[in-house]
Design a protein around this ligand. Sequence first.
Ligand code: P5A
Length: 450
Amino acid sequence: MRLSRYFLPVLKENPSEAQIVSHRLMLRAGMIKQQSAGIYSWLPLGFRVLRKLENIVHEEQIRAGHIPMLMPTLQSADLWRESGRYDDYGEEMLRITDRHNRDMLFGPTNEEMITDIFRSHVGSYKDLPMTLYHIQWKFRDEIRPRFGVMRGREFLMKDGYNFDLTKEDALHAYNRHLVSYLRTYERMGLQAIPMRADGGPIGGDYTHEFLVLAETGESEVFYDSAVTDLTFGDRDIDYDDVAQCQSILEEFTTKYARTDETHDAALFAEIPQDRQRTARGIEVGQIFYFGTKYSEPMGATVQGPDGKPTPVHMGSHGIGVSRLIGAIIEASHDDNGIIWPEGVTPFHVGIVNLKQGDTEADAACEALYNSFTALGLDPLYDDRKERAGGKFATMDLIGLPWRITVGPRGLKNGVVELTCRRTGTSQELPPEQAIEKVAQIYAPHRVHGL
Ligand code: P5A
């Protein structure tokens, strides 16, 4: 993308409405625009990051054997009356009446709808196990939407639902989700710690939230500092291997880590004192096992091996895709702006032309641009006739992990400058070597499509 042809409405001033750094930087970097309380337009730069996150989520879900689909945002109230949640859900549900006076709602989650789909089409235990998921906009009429996309009213969620014949199978589905989520968050450059939590309006008493530690987080958390030493890394996972998934769950959930809803002061006190931590965290996902809570009242049964109708065991599993962007920025920024982890950056590399209009500098930038594009990488080329200082400030603000600076002086010596956003260190290299280096850095971060 050439910046002269792009739409990147960066703000020079700090927007006064933003209380936390991620919200401020998303507004300043021209990623989002508020349309009304808790409802945002995703401007091109923000949209690119959102798509990157969606792609990682899809890739990891499909790797775990889960099946993508898409359900609508609007739902019929009747389905929710069947489960009993229409009245229970309260003020957070946006209720709508259509022209025929039918009660509708903007979905805050999809347990009822997926259960309806399942009961309509699946009749035998032989079709199990099955996990279906989608990535779709949700609406929750939060009483206090705040912190930008962090607590929105309209927000993007990945929500998946498993259907299993037995509790044991459903617990394997739970473990599979936990493992795939650990991988997903790490690919996004985040450490998200699974913590024992509360089922809330989704239900079930077996549930973990995934929390990214951050001072601005809305949840109070208590944990053994040893959990922060755990990393998932590049493990070979067989998602059908029950013992392997179980042992990873145990590895990541045995040490004490709980949100305030389930905090147990006596258990916490058993952790060696120098490892006891109280902190704040951003909830970027939650997994639930709730058994037959929906399948029973809604009649989602399969014919079991004994020929008898058996209600299926279910769980649901959510990732806050739009919230994650705020969480990533909270975890990765400095005074000059965002620092995107390589896995989620909106563009792989920025190209800054120090002397736009200079024949050689222009040609060198074009050549770099074409080489990156040919390699399947997305460069953002600042080809505007601006001062170098302004170009650097924009690049720092929008946070591309790597920048190549091209100027007549370097070109005389056959070099360009490659700068790392995170460390600020620069290297002078011939252009081909700079390209090679950037290509190598991104090799492990390619998303391979669905
Ligand atoms: C699991 C999937 C559920 O809704 N039903 C389907 C279950 N879980 S949840 O914990 O309530 O939500 C899943 C994740 O969505 C994000 N989230 C939000 N993001 C932005 N703004 C909000 N108002 C909001 N509410 C929930 C969180 O990341 C949460 O973990």
